[in-house]
Design a protein around this ligand. Structure first.
Ligand code: AMP
Length: 284
């Protein structure tokens, strides 16, 4: 063990962070739901480069799960997570209980409109309200100078940026690139749900993205034809069911018909019961 501090209450975090702030330190926050992998750890490593003190939160936020989603089965690997964070050089792990984040009488919800209506927002009603609310709470507790989020969750990133701007939260939002397995599958805590056959076929997502990038490099600009080619590649994975696939503007998340500027190709795919999301920026 190095010397990571494990804290469970808001009061403890406040005390520690106040000390850091008084010492003139720049504070970085990496919010997570645990079951940590290299994607999370890459954010920690960026945070260590950008901030003097790095606090990672692990909180499986009930407010962002819909009924019938995987809240009760969400993977939990606390001991390994603590060890990984310690090795990575994080200074503090905040691991609060649900009551600590949502005390009795809690009545507030943050809703970012527009950006939350399509892509995942369409299929997970209320999800982004849960995400925005918990991030606002965490920002309020830690009052970080910088918060770190992955591009893997592109819609989440857009929503957080909008919230921080709109509410003048004074937090710099730093995005980290998507970290992938050797076969291209974006790392995700939910990958552990995949059985071996599903896991094998899930590499089709990144293969389909390579095909899309190849088409764009050859001059294709039509969203329908790009998405058609993606569907064709994923169609070769019989266990895959596409929930949505859309080319959108990276900032507004509005549908793009013709690729004139960098656009986000975003997808959600089921492999069995496991829902995977991924995205790539296509540049004309
Ligand atoms: P989660 O624990 O899934 O809520 O993710 C916590 C943070 O890690 C979010 O900002 C995610 O976007 C980010 N993240 C998740 N997977 C990856 C990945 N494969 N590469 C980079 N960042 C990731």
């Amino acid at each position: 063990m190095n010397d990571i501090t494990l804290l469970r209450t808001v009061e403890q975090v406040r005390k520690l962070v106040d000390r850091w702030r008084t010492a003139g330190m720049r504070i970085g926050l990496v919010p997570t739901m645990g079951a940590l992998h290299q994607g999370h750890l890459s954010l920690v490593s960026i945070a260590i480069g950008e901030a003097d003190r790095v606090i990672v939160s692990i909180f499986v936020n009930p407010a962002q799960f819909g009924s019938g989603e995987d809240l009760s089965s969400y993977p939990s690997t606390f001991d390994e997570d603590l060890m990984k964070l310690d090795e990575a050089g994080a200074h503090c792990l905040f691991f609060p209980s649900v009551d600590e984040i949502y005390p009795f009488g809690f009545s507030t919800s943050v809703h970012v409109s527009g950006l939350t209506e399509n892509l995942c927002g369409k299929y997970r009603p209320g999800h982004f309200d849960g995400v925005a609310t918990v991030c606002a709470i965490l920002f309020g507790i830690v009052r970080p100078d910088i918060a770190f989020f992955g591009e893997k969750d592109a819609q989440q990133l857009a929503v957080i940026r909008r919230m921080v701007d709109d509410l003048n939260l004074g937090v710099l939002v730093h995005a980290g690139e998507t970290i992938r397995e050797p076969d291209g599958l974006a790392m995700s805590s939910r990958n552990s749900y995949l059985n071996p056959e599903e896991r094998k076929q899930s590499a089709a997502i990144s293969r389909s993205f390579s095909r899309a990038a190849e088409l764009v490099a050859e001059g294709e600009r039509n969203a329908g034809r790009i998405c058609g080619a993606v569907r064709e590649v994923i169609g070769n994975a019989p266990l895959a069911t596409i929930q949505y696939l859309e080319l959108v503007d990276p900032d507004t998340l509005k549908h793009v018909e013709k690729l004139k500027a960098p656009a986000l190709l975003a997808i959600a795919v089921y492999f069995g019961h496991t829902r995977l999301i991924d995205n790539i920026v296509l540049k004309p």
